[in-house]
Design a protein around this ligand. Structure first.
Ligand code: AMP
Length: 281
């Protein structure tokens, strides 16, 4: 059976207020659909941590800096509802554009600092779009906990910051990245890869793992990074946008993993932008 779909904000509010009146906790899992096992792992974590779970599906135009990327983004609502059926979620909230951004909508939520680097530097406006829609989803669902994937590590830091800064009474829970057997991080964008590109895609993660090992062994960071970029490009990637070692909490750049560190990368493969990150140490 498919999961129950809720399209209007007033219906969502009615459900949530009934749950809250009975003292139940609410978890939210924000997504843009095209659900895969990575998303479903967040739903399972939410089911474990909360009495009620709302999955949201909204392909947020404000976070796409490229209109073509927005047009091409996979839209698979029926499949998504079917995949969520066995997980027994309480609602799948699928608002339309005017519900989220009615005429006259004029507010922008912008998180400073963390968003100046990595994806923020390469996708102008992206994190403002994310912060704005996530703020709305937090307020619309009134959830006690929100579940986000470490797959989008910078996004996880940004939404944690915004909830704290805006005093939104919600706990942001980070969940580990789910991967295909060959190491490729699951992503809705993987659906856009050709069969050939899909074969090359795991080299991104493999090169990152090799680089992390080299850094932990005390190797020369500049040399190791150049080797990793070479390996990624030889695999058929056309551009490595960034491949950085950064502090987990502040995202400042590090030359060696002297404190909790993360290796983060974005690279283009056959017209598809893939991102990944792994812990170092
Ligand atoms: P998206 O639909 O791509 O906006 O992702 C919705 C949520 O799922 C975000 O919190 C992502 O970080 C998370 N997510 C996406 N891919 C994965 C993955 N492979 N493993 C864990 N979480 C993921």
């Amino acid at each position: 059976m498919s999961a129950p779909i809720v399209r209007s904000l007033s219906d969502l509010r009615g459900m949530v207020s009934r749950w809250k009146q009975s003292g139940e906790t609410v978890g939210v899992v924000p997504t843009m659909g095209a659900l895969h096992q990575g998303h479903l792992s967040l739903v399972r974590a939410a089911k474990e941590g909360c009495d009620r779970v709302v999955v949201t599906i909204f392909i947020n135009p404000k976070q796409f800096n490229n209109p073509e990327d927005y047009e091409n983004y996979p839209r698979t609502e029926e499949d998504d509802a079917r995949k969520l059926g066995p997980l027994d979620v309480d609602a799948v909230y699928v608002p339309d554009g005017p519900t989220m951004y009615p005429d006259g909508f004029a507010t922008n939520v912008s998180v400073g600092g963390l968003t100046n680097v990595l994806c923020g530097a390469h996708r102008p406006g992206h994190f403002d779009g994310v912060a704005t829609v996530v703020s709305k989803l937090f307020l619309q669902t009134q959830a006690d906990r929100a579940y986000f994937g470490e797959k989008d590590f910078q996004q996880l830091q940004v939404v944690t910051r915004l909830a704290a800064d805006l005093d939104i009474p919600i706990e942001v829970v980070g969940c580990p990245t789910i991967r295909e057997e060959d190491g490729l991080a699951m992503s809705s964008r993987n659906l856009l890869l050709s069969d050939r590109a899909r074969v090359w895609a795991p080299e991104l993660n493999a090169a990152m793992e090799e680089l992390a090992e080299g850094l932990l062994a005390g190797g020369d960071a500049v040399e190791l990074r150049a080797q990793a970029v070479g390996r990624i490009e030889r695999a058929g990637f056309t551009e490595v946008e960034y491949l950085d070692l950064r502090a987990c909490d502040t995202l400042e750049e590090l030359t060696s993993p002297t404190r909790p560190a993360r290796l983060l990368a974005a690279a283009w493969l056959a017209g598809v932008r893939l991102i990944d990150n792994i812990a170092v140490g």
